[in-house]
Design a protein around this ligand. Structure first.
Ligand code: TPP
Ligand code: SF4
Length: 283
């Protein structure tokens, strides 16, 4: 009994900083991605998840650098392929909490096909899309969430003229079972959403409005435009799509959560296949 008490008292709670790596982010000052990093590390500390039980998978872009800045397992992957990599990892290691993160270009442009199929597959992944409505890393081209009349890019000086995706609507109609929207100006709310997304069994989509002061300085106005959802979340997709379509795109909160079977291709068989595959590469 006395031994147990002594053992318990030596357990140290993990703090948000314990989930940060020693690598210093190279993001521009004021970039919203700092806030997403803080929200993720806060969420992991709230859940007290051991670092080795978590993997953060990302693609390519400023936002996708985030994988290098945490102390969990991680993979800073290939442009647009974060969800494919994460699905493979989850199939092989169902015991891991798998987070996926990246930008609107990474996730909705080159990675758009993977996004809709990840939603439809409903694997137990938590995907945080850092939406700054621009390609930041490649110096400010329009992305699939850029408004058609945004003229401040050298490539599209008259705007794209193409209407943009509504990420939440796309996620819902593709089959995601958890949909939330957060804002980098409120990292605590974002952290609560990430906790709820991790706890949800199935594909959780968190649309994070993330500011890019370098290429979209006008988004500093977002802090005056975002507002909390004025309804409770629903589990009815028809109600959810009506609300999302009527929404101004600036409301934050959990919009939709529905219990649905999550897809997993079956542990033992996958383990055996991974072992076979690895065998091919033994030197
Ligand atoms: C196959 C491939 N195509 C294009 C690129 C160039 N590229 C790198 S990042 C990027 C877009 C990044 O935009 P986004 O995902 O929105 O992230 P942000 O930098 O804004 O955070 C592009 C087109 C690449 N690295 N690989
Ligand atoms: S260019 Fe934009 S998205 Fe990239 S680090 Fe700078 S502020 Fe962040």
């Amino acid at each position: 009994m006395a031994e147990n008490t002594a053992a318990k008292s030596t357990v140290t709670a993990l703090k948000p900083k314990d989930y940060k790596s020693a690598i210093k982010p190279v993001w521009c000052p004021g970039c919203g991605d700092f806030s997403v990093l803080n929200a993720i590390t806060k969420a992991l500390a709230w859940l007290q998840l051991p670092q080795q039980d978590v993997a953060l998978i990302s693609g390519i872009g400023c936002s996708s650098r985030i994988a290098a800045y945490t102390s969990t397992y991680g993979f800073h992957g290939v442009h647009g392929r974060a969800l494919a990599l994460a699905a493979g990892l989850k199939a092989a290691r169902n015991d891991l909490t798998v987070l996926v993160a990246g930008g609107d270009g990474d996730g909705l442009s080159i990675g758009g096909n993977h996004f809709i199929h990840a939603c439809r597959r409903n694997m137990d992944l938590t995907y945080i899309l850092m939406d700054n409505e621009v390609y930041g890393m490649t110096k400010g081209q329009a992305s699939p969430t850029t408004a058609p009349d945004w003229t401040n890019s050298k490539l599209t000086p008259e705007g794209t003229g193409i209407r943009c995706f509504k990420p939440a609507a796309l996620a819902l109609t593709s089959g995601a079972s958890f949909i939330a929207r957060g804002f980098t100006g409120d990292p605590n709310e974002l952290a609560r959403m990430i906790v709820a997304g991790i706890e949800h069994k199935g594909f959780s989509f968190i649309h994070a409005l993330s500011t890019c002061p370098t290429f979209r300085p006008e988004h500093q106005e977002w802090k005056h435009q975002v507002h909390k959802l004025d309804t409770e979340k629903t589990d009815d997709p028809v109600v959810a799509i009506q609300r999302i379509q009527a929404d101004d795109g600036m409301s934050t909160g959990i919009m939709y959560q529905r219990e649905m079977p999550d897809f997993h291709p079956g542990g033992k068989q996958v383990d055996a296949e991974v072992a076979l595959f690895e065998g091919e590469f033994v030197l």
